[in-house]
Write a protein that binds this ligand. Sequence first.
Ligand code: ZN
Ligand code: ZN
Ligand code: ZN
Length: 117
Amino acid sequence: MSAFLSAPHNDPTPATDFSNHTICSWDSGLGIPCGAYISVSNLSKHLSTHGVNGPAKSVISCAWGDCGRAAMKRENVIRHVEEVHLQVKYLCDQCNASFSRKSTRNAHVFKLHSYAS
Ligand SMILES: [Zn+2]
Ligand SMILES: [Zn+2]
Ligand SMILES: [Zn+2]
């Protein structure tokens, strides 16, 4: 029997990538921000309570803070809020470079810190 201890398997979807929390500034409909204290990783679930749900192609206006109510496809709203309003950063844990998109960060890690040799 080999003595390998929990050899790293393929990375399962990194769902707990960031653990920041934020105050939801989505206009709850009366010009008053929601104010809920939410986990950023829970953002999409939380925004669905504000009507950000339904088909990915449906058009929704961002009601976050003083956004100016830009209309965009539902599938883009979460990323928009993360990037523009929360300025979520995805950090490279190898060199601490920061990226505004997870896909960019992953591409960076793959390119510069790939373990395949
Ligand atoms: Zn809210
Ligand atoms: Zn916005
Ligand atoms: Zn890096």
